[in-house]
Ligand binder design. Structure first.
Ligand SMILES: [Zn+2]
Length: 365
């Protein structure tokens, strides 16, 4: 059953009713479970990192079983009823809405059908029944936590309560023939650190499994003539959807020294570290950036604006870069500058407004 649009509509309608103003950010889920800092009940908004960290360290309810298998959710508490979605065992979190006395539970999650599934429900937010004995609560590791936002194609890296950095990613780009290429939203545990692997002539380093065939990994490369690693064709698309379902992560270091290799080195074998994936759901809205936020430029030499004055995109002989304010980016002198793909500064005001226009829910009179 498809409830995503309906939910977004009611949420938007109720917010409008109370404020008559701009929409709040929606939550991923539709029901309540009574647990604190629940992923499904927390607005998809990175401007409150303290709350998001609390979500990242909560235990998670999963379906017991092997990490490469799925089980069905049913429309009724009955295995003869219609299946409504699929859940990946061991790594995918479910939102438990009701535990019935007849041995069944009502849960919600994004359906994880894969390329060989009979059901073919790809990433729809679904609600269905599962035998309660198949559910298991798992502890979460509390050193690191990751959030991937499909709306902005960014990953937020947390360590021990602090938001450390923002990385560029590419999530799945589905099409009509291959709808299973969509990266599933939801909450996940990192379950296997499998390392380098080959996929369609490309080589992907530092692969970490989080949902069946979907992994976090370094931006891929192909081997060029004389054995040189060529990343360019994949690197230029970071920040946009591009993959077959995996999440490609930035190779260039941010000013904090963080990239996919850093994640691999620091988090290696920290199974049950949490990864949240936010859907680019209708009614999502990005928060405006304060006008006095500092950004950094190098007039005449760099075509980008930067988040820090020591960005690795720039040769250090030019440090420190010139500080201006975020509001000044609108001035003609700086209007051609793009957000740097090493340090990932906040998007320009007009980019944020464009995304918000695109995702604003049309409300009819
Ligand atoms: Zn930069």
């Amino acid at each position: 059953m498809r409830i995503r649009w309906l939910t977004a509509f009611f949420l938007a309608a109720s917010v409008l009713l109370f404020t008559g103003a701009a929409l709040a950010n929606p939550t991923p889920g539709t029901g309540t479970c009574g647990k604190p800092y629940c992923y499904w009940e927390t607005p998809m908004d990175i401007s409150d990192p303290e709350t998001i960290w609390n979500v990242l360290i909560q235990p998670m309810t999963v379906v017991d079983g092997h990490e490469r298998t799925q089980v069905l959710l049913y429309q009724e508490p009955d295995e003869e009823s219609q299946p409504v979605g699929e859940v990946t065992c061991h790594s995918q979190g479910v939102h438990v809405l009701e535990t019935l006395e007849n041995g069944w539970s009502l849960v919600e999650c994004y359906s994880s059908s894969n390329g060989v599934s009979q059901l073919e429900i790809f990433n729809d937010l679904v609600r269905g029944y599962i035998p309660t004995e198949q559910l298991k609560e798992k502890e979460t590791k509390t050193k690191f936590g990751l959030v991937v936002d499909k709306l902005t194609q960014r990953m937020y890296v947390f360590q021990e309560g602090k938001l450390l950095t923002t990385l560029r990613v590419s999530t799945g780009k589905p099409n009509e023939r291959d709808p299973q290429r969509e990266t599933n939203a939801g909450e996940f545990h990192l379950v296997s650190f499998i390392g380098d692997f080959v996929s369609d002539n490309t080589i992907c380093e530092h692969g970490i499994r989080f949902n069946d065939g979907d992994l976090l990994h370094n931006v891929p490369y192909v081997l060029g003539e004389n054995g040189k690693k060529e990343y360019w064709n994949f690197e230029r698309r970071l920040g946009q959807r591009a993959s077959a379902g995996c999440i490609r992560v930035q190779r260039w270091r941010t000013p904090e020294g963080i990239n996919m290799q850093w994640l691999w080195n620091r988090m290696f074998n920290m199974k049950q570290t949490k990864l949240l994936i936010w859907e680019d759901a209708p009614s999502r809205q990005l928060v405006a950036v304060p006008e006095d936020t500092p950004v950094y430029v190098l007039p005449g030499l760099s075509n980008a604006y930067h988040k820090k004055d020591n960005c690795f995109d720039i040769d250090q002989c030019y440090f420190p870069l010139q500080q201006i304010t975020y509001a000044q980016l609108d001035e003609e002198e700086f209007s051609h500058l793009k957000d740097c793909s090493y340090c990932n500064p906040p998007l320009r005001r007009e980019q944020i407004e464009e995304i918000n226009r695109q995702y604003a829910l049309e409300t009819e009179e």
